[in-house]
Write a protein that binds this ligand. Structure first.
Ligand SMILES: Nc1ncnc2c1ncn2[C@@H]1O[C@H](COP(=O)(O)OP(=O)(O)O)[C@@H](O)[C@H]1O
Ligand SMILES: [Mg+2]
Length: 307
């Protein structure tokens, strides 16, 4: 059962029902992707919701998600298709030695011996799917070229078998952590969506969605601290994923405020480099302490207010 979105607003609410809070640009590009049948290249730092967008689109449209996780050295055999050598070998052994080569060959290069990998699976699916090509920047340009061919023709040519043409048109999302520049050719073919860190308001909504039990005050403070932390010159700034983890941790610990003490205790949930930890403790910790002193003893116990 695959539904198509009729408007940007409908796309946004569909995604929200699927647990994904999209801003204007996300909703717009997702809507256009379905309508124009163009792949979307989603780029941005780790942990800002790139992969989740594809998953949510699949849930929202009732389509199956076919995922190709990219890595260094990924090749056609793992992305497109490969032959099931073991099965072919078995068949050769079973067939009587009097069978001619041509006969055997026709036999072992049939569909029965083909192992479809995500790209072929997505293209030959009887019902339209969402195809997620995750972390494309981890592959090389050669792979990109192969991908371009598949994405422009929507067909795969298998020398021994012939051309497999797409029966249905998938919604295609490619994600990139921006670790290398992708080719212009690929970008030209795609709609582009840059996902950065969200605004305070949106991040608060996302955190509330994932941890509805967390008090509004703590959630709010947490997100504000996150934004302070991101302003520092860190090796690896924390993402939405870390905000959610932190919210879950604070909930578990029963924290009633995000003060200097709480930050010190739980900092390793959000920053994961030695030097980053020091920097956050020093800069953000001090700010929280000052805020507590200014607010006076009612809103937060001033611990060692003298410094
Ligand atoms: N707009 C959003 N609405 C709901 N959850 C989100 C949103 N953006 C990010 N998240 C959550 O943040 C976490 C990280 O997202 P993910 O898609 O894995 O990041 P990326 O692929 O960009 O590294 C996931 O748990 C995801 O559910
Ligand atoms: Mg991801």
């Amino acid at each position: 059962m695959s539904a198509e979105f009729q408007s940007i607003e409908e796309t946004r609410s569909g995604l929200a029902e699927a647990g994904y809070l999209a801003d204007e640009s996300i909703a717009l590009v997702s809507f256009l992707a379905g309508r124009l049948g163009k792949p979307v290249l989603v780029e941005g730092p780790a942990g800002v919701g790139k992969t989740e967008l594809a998953k949510a689109l699949a849930r929202a449209t009732g389509r199956e998600l076919v995922r190709l996780q990219c890595y260094e050295g990924l090749d056609e055999a793992k992305a497109l298709y490969e032959w099931n050598y073991r099965k072919q070998l078995l068949r050769i052994q079973v067939e009587a030695s009097d069978a001619g080569w041509q006969e055997v060959k026709d036999d072992i290069f049939g569909e029965e011996f083909l192992l479809p990998r995500p790209l072929l699976t997505a293209i030959s699916a009887p019902e339209p799917v969402v195809l997620l090509i995750d972390e494309i920047d981890k592959t090389d340009q050669e792979f990109e070229a192969m991908l371009l061919e598949v994405l422009s023709d929507f067909q795969v040519s298998i020398p021994e078998l012939g051309v497999v043409e797409a029966k249905t048109h998938p919604i295609v999302l490619l994600t990139s952590n921006d670790s290398r520049e992708l080719t212009e050719a690929l970008k030209r073919r795609c709609l582009y969506l840059w996902l950065g860190y969200p605004t305070v308001e949106r991040e608060l909504e996302i955190v509330r969605l994932h941890t509805p039990e967390l008090s509004e005050t703590v959630a709010h403070k947490l997100v504000e601290v996150m934004h302070m932390v991101r302003e520092l010159d860190l090796k690896k700034p924390p993402s939405i994923a870390e905000s959610i983890d932190w919210a879950r941790a604070l909930l578990l610990l029963g924290a009633e405020d995000v003060d200097e003490q709480t930050l010190k205790q739980t900092m390793s949930v959000i920053v994961k480099h030695r030097t980053d930890l020091d920097l956050v403790a020093e800069r953000v910790g001090v700010k929280l302490n000052q805020a507590a002193v200014l607010a006076g003893p009612r809103s937060s116990e001033p611990r060692n207010a003298a410094g």
